[in-house]
Design a binder for this molecule. Structure first.
Ligand SMILES: [Zn+2]
Length: 593
């Protein structure tokens, strides 16, 4: 169920929607596209309609569609292991209740297939917070790196992308989200209940549950911290997101973007997985695949398709095609897919290919004009003039929209919006065009991205307009007013770095201050020097600081993320200014919190 806060936001959005529609009707303006769902996508999403426990072998059970990812229980003689925990505590709870019908043995072990929140956010349902807990939580060694990245300076952008991709703040149904492509509809509501890992795996580890073993192995691909599990007694392979379910492409790259995703490692991992004589494959998402031949075929075809994406991208790049040109040209041959379906239901092939190209070749496509091109604003000014002025461009855009070419309509609207971001007619044209594309799309992610941005653009939903409460909820995904456990586990240095983009180059232009910042509970000391609009940071004590400040890691998170003001934290004695109060005030005043 959505939270009350979200419900009221949706209601507000609905009222705004009605108002917008009335205005549009009275102005005799363009007809919005009829909300609809592509039949292919609707059919793909049907698989996730019913949450249920699927027994795939004597001792292995999959809680399917309780959350975005599969939650797997392996039953040993004296206890159970849980492989992946779902997105939210509440989802983990309901999966656990259903799994309890199969075994009431205690949870001994939790394994994270990788660090994405849809696999870790429900972990407190299985490993409740308790200092004396005997429950072991396993993650791969690169998990700490990912945790730092997840909380790093790109987090606000990453969060926006993730929330849009998953359709988390869209209404549900024909005018909104119909699911995530890799699972049922994902809602923004709920609690992230994260348990920090207790056991770090480098390459391999074996978990003995009595009568059954999990052989964990490092399986980089979807992220560099991925772990897969082979269960020899059962012939079951748990792949995590290297296999994101049947019917979708291997996710070698995504528009959301993560530094730890590596296409070549992904292929190598698929190759390693094929060495196990698995009778059952359980992917991170999607239905289990049963039968030795079916599993082998899926793994082999997925590896072939992944390798093809890389090689074909490079083959075309060697012909001097740019990323967008390659994305438009590339197709997966039917002969390569065999009987398997590799379709755009989750991330689109064209997106994956652009990501592979960018990672291999960077942004430059080979046309030297890219090195000297006009800025987007200057280009738009010339194009709009060449097309007869803004009104003419929008006339042509509306004609394209009526003529079933919403992509071109959206592009024409964008030229005008580049020059006039507030132009209502251009906003309406672009938003309606995005919706028209979304309603036809076979990709759940594309649908979610487009509808979210269309609704934000037209003010029906938004990062800015959607009541502040919902915006806070977006923040709360990763760092909220209550600092989640994942942020408490992340390095302090990440949050020191996050202060950089908040510095005002205007207010810091004539600054020259050296602050010594002591993170007391981590026994770490940093020198922060703000000078001429830049903050430099180093570890260690300062020789002659202008101010010395002490705080603990949690307080650093609250302050550096702008979740609490420095002055409140000083008043509450959470930040102790040892010396140089006025200088520290000046320092704090140079940032936008
Ligand atoms: Zn996943």
């Amino acid at each position: 169920m959505p939270s009350p806060g979200l419900k009221s936001s949706v209601a507000l959005a609905a009222r705004l929607f009605t108002v917008t529609m009335l205005l549009a009707a009275t102005a005799g303006a363009m007809e919005p596209a009829n909300p609809s769902v592509s039949p292919r996508l609707a059919k793909h999403q049907e698989a996730f309609a019913e949450a249920r426990v699927i027994q795939v072998s004597e001792r292995v059970f999959v809680a399917f569609a309780y959350s975005m990812c599969n939650i797997v229980m392996v039953v040993g003689d004296e206890g159970v292991a849980i492989f992946d925990t779902g997105f939210r505590l509440e989802e983990g709870d309901s999966a656990l209740r259903a799994l309890r019908a199969k075994s009431d043995l205690p949870v001994r072990t939790v394994v994270y297939s990788h660090g994405h929140t849809d696999h870790t956010g429900g972990s407190r349902a299985f490993a409740p917070a308790d200092a004396d807990s005997p429950i072991r939580v396993y993650a791969q060694a690169n998990y700490a790196r990912y945790l730092a990245e997840m909380h790093g300076s790109t987090r606000p952008i990453f969060t926006r992308r993730a929330v849009a991709q998953l359709g988390m703040i869209l209404p549900e149904g024909k005018a909104g989200t119909v699911g995530s492509g890799g699972g049922p509809v994902v809602r923004f509501s709920g609690t992230v209940g994260y348990a920090a890992p207790t056991d770090i795996v480098e390459e391999r580890a074996t978990i003995d549950l009595g009568g059954v073993h999990l052989e964990l192995f490092h399986a980089p691909g979807d992220l560099d911290d991925a772990l897969a599990a082979w269960i020899p007694e059962e012939g079951v392979l748990l792949t995590g997101d290297t296999v994101v379910g049947t019917h979708t492409h291997p996710i070698l790259s995504t528009p959301r973007y993560e530094k730890g995703r590596d296409a070549r490692a992904y292929v190598e991992t698929l190759s390693r997985m094929r060495e196990y004589p698995a009778r059952v494959l359980v992917g991170g998402h999607g239905l289990p695949v049963e039968g030795v031949e079916a599993v082998a075929d899926l793994l082999e075809r997925t590896e072939m398709v992944a390798q093809f994406m890389i090689d074909e991208t490079l083959r075309l790049a060697r012909q001097n095609l740019s990323g967008p040109e390659i994305a438009a040209a590339i197709k997966i041959p039917e002969s390569l897919a065999g009987g398997q379906e590799f379709a755009d239901y989750y991330h689109r092939l064209s997106w994956i290919v652009r990501g592979v190209h960018a990672k291999e070749m960077g942004w430059y496509g080979g046309d030297v004009l890219e090195l000297v091109a006009h800025s987007p604003e200057h280009r738009a000014r010339r194009l709009v003039a060449a097309l007869g002025g803004a009104d003419s461009v929008l006339d042509q855009g509306e004609a394209a929209y009526q003529g079933d070419d919403p992509r071109w309509a959206a592009e024409l609207a964008t030229f005008v919006l580049t020059l006039r971001p507030e132009d209502k007619r251009a906003i309406e044209l672009k938003a309606n065009s995005l919706r028209a594309i979304a309603y036809q799309s076979d990709s759940a992610n594309e649908r979610n991205y487009l509808l979210t941005e269309a609704n934000v653009m037209s003010g029906e939903l938004g990062w800015n307009v959607l009541a502040q409460g919902a915006l806070n909820r977006v923040k709360a995904l990763f760092v909220g007013p209550t600092v989640p456990e994942s942020a408490l586990s992340a390095p302090s240095y990440t949050f020191i770095q996050n202060m950089g983009p908040r510095l005002s180059i205007v207010r810091a232009a004539d600054a020259d201050e050296m602050i010594e910042l002591r993170v007391t509970d981590r026994a770490e000391v940093y020198r922060l020097r703000v000078r001429a609009g830049v903050m430099l940071k180093e570890r260690g004590t300062a020789a002659d600081p202008d101010a010395i400040v002490e705080l603990d890691h949690e307080t650093l998170v609250l302050a550096s993320e702008g979740l609490s003001s420095w002055s409140d934290l000083i008043d509450n004695d959470r930040v102790v200014v040892v010396e140089g109060g006025p200088k520290f005030d000046a320092f704090v005043g140079r940032f936008d919190w």
